[in-house]
Ligand binder design. Structure first.
Ligand SMILES: C[S@@+](CC[C@H](N)C(=O)[O-])C[C@H]1O[C@@H](n2cnc3c(N)ncnc32)[C@H](O)[C@@H]1O
Length: 294
């Protein structure tokens, strides 16, 4: 009766909403989203990415029980949306793919060249920054490598900073809990030392040992910011697999600002599909993807 009718109405509304947000992300909405993403975060969103953006935003629209991309856009750009939705929006538009020991050449260079060189220069403390750290696999890999190095070279201390614009991935990084299959790339002896296994057999996870979270901090930082809210100078900066999302002009500005925080003689590592050629930056190329601040 009454309840039954309401149910029918509710179902009908659900269907209407469903149909509405199955609609395509229209040209006008796409343009407004893509210029916003570019202006605020430096991320290119060419036409070819329209379907990808449509699919990713659909989830937010569903979660918020909205009925169209336009409604979502108006909400996002409103003062309330900027306060409450921006972090979620950023989390769906960014690509956070990462891995432990990804592009291992940088970790080898660190232990074989950079750290011995710093020690020869008499440095007893080193600071490293993972500037687009995603869910933490990169800075925790750095932490494992540095712990190993410091054990073999007593007297060396270090600190690690990880930063990103996605609050979602920063929270994952802070938790430091990963599915067991995500740690396949970590050598067995390091797994034994630095990871704790969960007892849950159905959904096996590992947690990074508290030791890895010592001298380790995480921070929200947009590489597009005019000035970075960071005081310290770093010996090594990782800026890997993020420049690729920016256009050339933005890439150059970001690298210049990173250089301001990199001490002379320090190293910058970029991703294997990124390049700094023809940029006006105070760096010399040591090896592909490895640069030294001059
Ligand atoms: C593909 S992941 C790379 C993660 C890690 N550096 C690696 O190589 O495995 C790119 C990361 O860059 C972050 N990102 C994108 N735009 C950014 C910006 N403007 N400022 C800071 N981080 C950004 C994303 O949130 C994402 O976590």
């Amino acid at each position: 009766m009454n309840t039954g009718n309401n149910d029918i109405i509710a179902n009908k509304n659900d269907e209407t909403e469903f149909d509405a947000f199955r609609a395509e992300l229209g040209e006008d909405d796409f343009r407004k989203f893509s210029s916003y993403i570019y202006e605020q975060f430096g991320i290119k969103m060419p036409d070819i990415k329209r379907v990808m953006l449509q699919g990713r935003l659909l989830k937010r629209i569903r979660d918020l029980k909205m009925s169209s991309y336009t409604q979502y856009r108006e909400y996002l750009f409103s003062p309330e949306g900027q306060r409450k939705e921006l972090y979620n929006f950023l989390s769906v538009v960014t690509t956070n793919k990462t891995d432990f020991f990804r592009e291992p050449v940088h970790f080898e260079f660190m232990t074989e060249v950079a750290l011995p060189e710093f020690q020869q220069q008499g440095r007893r403390h080193v600071a490293l920054w993972s500037s687009a750290c995603s869910s933490g696999e990169e800075p925790y890999t750095i932490a494992m490598v540095l712990n190993e190095y410091a054990n073999a070279h007593p007297g060396l201390t270090f600190e690690i900073l990880g930063s990103d614009i996605s609050q979602n991935v920063l929270e994952k990084a802070a938790r430091g809990v990963y599915p067991e299959k995500a740690v396949a790339m970590i050598p067995l002896d390091l797994k034994r030392k630095y990871l704790l296994r969960s007892k849950n057999r159905e959904n096996p996870t590992v947690r990074v040992a508290p030791l890895l979270q010592k001298n380790f901090s995480l921070k929200y930082l947009n590489l597009m910011d005019r000035v970075y809210d960071i005081k310290e100078e770093f010996d090594i900066i990782f800026c890997r697999n993020v420049l690729i999302y920016f256009d050339r002009e933005t890439q150059e500005k970001v690298v210049q600002k990173l250089c301001d925080r990199l001490r002379t003689g320090g190293y910058l590592f970029i991703g294997h599909s990124e390049s700094l050629s023809n940029m006006d930056v105070p760096l010399t190329n040591i090896k592909p993807t490895i640069f030294k601040r001059i």
